[in-house]
Structure formats: C-alpha cells, structure tokens
Design a protein around this ligand. Structure first.
Ligand code: ADP
Ligand code: 5GP
Length: 200
C-alpha cells in the first residue's frame, strides 16, 4: 500500500490552527497526531484527545527511549509528537496532520523531507492578539509570552511550503485551502513515479 502524506501545520498561537483543524477532521480524511505536553490542561482540553498530559520526568523518559518523532520547548513547556502512531498511520496510507510549533516542524523537515509544511498566519498582529485574548484560555502573562514569539515564528515562513492567511470569519476557507494543497500534493509527479512503469 502507498504511504500516506504527512502535513505539518504551524502558526502563531491564536492564529486559528485548532479551529482550522476541526474543519479538516470533520471530513474524516485526516489522522490527527495527538501530541504529548507538560503544560496544564485548559479550556476544552481532553486527555488523549487534544493532548497526552505528562510530567516533565515522563516526557524526558520518552525522549530518552527514542519515542518522540520531534519535540521542542515552547513557553516553558515540552511539546512532542509520539513516533509510533504517526508511523503506523502513514504505513496504513492515511494522511497525517501534525499541528506543531516551528522548531519541531523544522526537525520533521530534516527527518522526513517529503513532509508538506503549511504555515497559517493571522491577517495582522492586532487581530492575533484579539483572537488570543478573546479565546480566554490564557492569563495575561501567558498571552504576552506567546505574543513575544510571533516575530521569531513568522520569520521562518519561507522554510514552509505553503502560507495561508486565516482571514476573519473564514476559517473554513483556510481548511479548504489545506484540502486543495493535499489534493495537489497527492498528484506530485515524484510521489507517483510508479506510473512510469507500464510505459518503460
Ligand atoms: P490556535 O490553535 O492557532 O492557537 P485557535 O484555533 O484556538 O488558535 O483560535 C484562537 C481564537 O480565534 C479562538 O477563539 C477561535 O474561535 C478564533 N478564530 C479562529 N479562526 C478564526 C477566524 N478565521 N476568524 C475569527 N476568529 C477566529
Ligand atoms: P498550545 O499550548 O496552545 O496547545 O500549543 C502551544 C504551541 O505548541 C502551538 O504552537 C502548538 O502548535 C505547539 N505544539 C503542539 N503540539 C506540539 C508537538 O507535538 N510538538 C511541537 N514541536 N509543538 C507542538
């Protein structure tokens, strides 16, 4: 069976990644990789659904055992992608989505150069702050540490393959743009080299 495609989605906190993911997952065509994190659960978080919540010691043990495909520290917490579920889903031909920050995304690019990297931007910085504040899940202090990372993150835009602006009220359009990317990437000639065979 042909391996599935790996999509890596990044963007500043509050840009709307989670919202766009929800639309994509409703199609049933994507396998969402549940990350491990040491941050505390918030808002609508659910163990095993949004994240696996672990202690720092547990996370460091997973790193030591080679269980992480990638990991990074972000705003004082570890976040990482468990390797096993991703490799299994790809082997089963599923399209896998990682919603991860930029350092992790660039690690994935190195290990799996065939991955498709997508960056979701907010329309502008004021809108980003308004979304992050409006979500109401972080303290003012945490919001500031997240806003302080935006320039560093956006500076890496051109390391990604695709850039999508999540315009106000248009998160479904952003999800449709990802579906369009997925459709095109599936047809990429280098992913379809077997089509040559019957002609050679
Ligand atoms: P992220 O996962 O990137 O941190 P979220 O998906 O949690 O961001 O979105 C942050 C906030 O912005 C949420 O309150 C969400 O409802 C809102 N939001 C997301 N996309 C849009 C959009 N296109 N227009 C307006 N508000 C949005
Ligand atoms: P949040 O605390 O808002 O859920 O996530 C904070 C940041 O961590 C976001 O940019 C999110 O994309 C990123 N993140 C979530 N899971 C992972 C992961 O497994 N690995 C990495 N590197 N980043 C992650």
């Amino acid at each position: 069976m042909k391996k599935g495609l790996l999509f890596v989605v990044s963007g500043p906190s509050g840009t709307g990644k989670g919202t766009v993911m929800k639309h994509l997952l409703e199609t049933g065509e994507y396998f969402y990789s549940v990350s491990a994190t040491t941050r505390a659960p918030r808002g609508e978080d659910k163990e095993g659904v949004t994240y696996y919540f672990v202690t720092r010691a547990q996370f460091e043990e997973k790193i030591a055992q080679g269980e992480m495909l990638e990991y990074a520290e972000y705003s004082g917490n570890y976040y990482g992608t468990p390797k096993f579920a991703v490799e299994k889903a790809l082997a089963e031909g599923k399209n896998v989505i990682l919603e991860i920050e930029t350092k992790g995304a660039l690690q994935v690019r190195k290990i799996m150069p065939e991955a498709v990297l997508i960056f979701i931007l907010p329309p502008d910085i004021e809108t980003l702050r308004a979304r992050l504040t409006g979500r109401g899940t972080e303290s003012a202090e945490v919001i500031e540490t997240r806003m302080a990372q935006v320039q560093r993150e956006v500076a890496l835009l051109c390391e990604y393959d695709y850039a999508i602006v999540n315009e106000n009220g248009k998160s479904e359009e952003a999800a449709k743009a990802i579906m369009g990317i997925a459709a095109a990437e599936k047809l990429r000639a280098s992913r379809n080299a077997e089509l040559k065979e019957k002609f050679l």
